[in-house]
Design a protein around this ligand. Structure first.
Ligand code: ADP
Ligand code: NA
Length: 338
């Protein structure tokens, strides 16, 4: 029996992933490698849609891969690869771009958000067509016809829903015009994914574009600063450790982190800290965060120490991904008339 296929990607646009990436996405990637035929991609082509420094991109791509492996992705159980190592991504994006209406692409709200922050002169055509490349990233891994149901799942947050809709539209359009080729991908809400907010601005999502580094915890951070950030996390003037998204956004966020990392239901945590104030709660949470990320940091550094080994793992991943991507592209080329 064939396991359902899952496809996901992450950009190498920071020196470290953060706690939000881990609890909202990457931890689920690791879990899904056992239940799915998983393809995980570090999307470096997407990272050049904004101005970038080549050496920095190259380093961040390696660091991203090392972190994924350090978190528990196993190159034999999952296909872990770098997008630019599989040139079919760009080729399929071109074909799909020729099936996309200009107005249709213009309706993508993420583009409107991002480009408005950069101004017209700083906005590239690459940023505009980014969702089409994303569609290619997904559709290339259409499961081949065989035994069982052909399923292609894509974990998506709210901000990516519109892009997945476009992907489905383009898949349907291609199939309609050139013959049944692509499976329509499904949005997948991974169980246990937690939305994490900024430690200093608990109403904003934790993000690498945070207004202050104090609001975000990096996976590769040293224990000292990690503890400090938790201890200084914004709470409120009360003393009770209770979950209340409206009135106690800060404490609620810390409870979510605690619960996700320790695997304890939130009501149990509320009971555990009844009458003990925020101090002990934060101290214990800081310890859990440090204990979670210290081994990941150490494994990441070790992987980065042996670049030849890391390159071999990436070549292995690229080869596995290429086997599927090349087959899909052969069909696409033939159907389009190349
Ligand atoms: P950022 O917001 O820091 O730019 P990305 O947009 O690159 O992060 O997100 C990469 C992945 O991490 C996505 O799957 C996204 O949904 C998830 N993610 C990012 N920030 C958070 C957060 N604060 N809480 C939960 N998941 C998050
Ligand atoms: Na984002």
């Amino acid at each position: 029996k064939v396991a359902p296929r899952v496809l996901s990607g992450i950009q190498p646009t920071a020196d470290s992933f953060h706690l939000g990436n881990y609890l909202g996405a990457l931890r689920q990637w690791v879990a899904m490698q056992d239940t799915h035929d998983a393809f995980y991609c570090v999307v470096d082509l997407h990272a050049i849609t904004v101005e970038h420094d080549p050496a920095t991109l190259r380093r961040r791509t390696k660091v991203a891969v090392a972190q994924l492996l350090a978190m528990g992705l196993d190159p034999d159980r999952a296909t872990v690869f770098v997008q630019s190592h599989v040139p079919e991504h760009a080729e399929l994006a071109w074909v799909l771009g020729c099936l996309t209406g200009f107005g249709e692409a213009g309706r993508m709200t993420q583009f409107k958000d991002k480009s408005s922050k950069q101004g017209t002169s700083g906005t590239t055509v690459g940023l505009f067509t980014y969702p089409i490349l994303q569609a290619a990233d997904i559709l290339l891994y259409t499961p081949e016809p065989g035994e069982g149901e052909r399923v292609l799942r894509v974990p998506v947050g709210e901000d990516q829903r519109q892009h997945l809709e476009l992907t489905r539209t383009l898949a349907q359009r291609f199939n309609h015009r050139f013959g049944e080729t692509f499976v329509l991908p499904e949005a997948h809400i991974p169980s246990g994914a937690a939305k994490i907010t900024d430690l200093q601005e608990p109403d904003a999502k934790m993000s690498k574009s945070a207004s202050s580094p104090q609001g975000i915890i990096d996976v590769l951070e040293e224990p000292g600063p990690m503890r400090k950030k938790i201890m200084r996390a914004v709470t409120d003037t009360g003393t009770e450790v209770v979950y209340d998204e409206e009135k106690k956004a800060g404490v609620t966020n810390l409870l979510r982190i605690y619960s996700a990392l320790e695997g304890t239901p939130i009501p149990d945590l509320e009971r555990r800290y009844e009458g003990s104030g925020y101090g002990q709660f934060k101290k214990d949470l800081a310890q859990i965060v440090v204990d979670t990320f210290t081994p990941i940091r150490e494994r990441t550094l070790k992987l980065l120490d042996d670049e030849a080994h890391l390159d071999r793992l990436l070549a292995h991943g690229a080869e596995r991904a290429s086997r599927v991507a090349e087959r899909t592209m052969e069909t696409v080329r033939e159907r389009v008339g190349f």
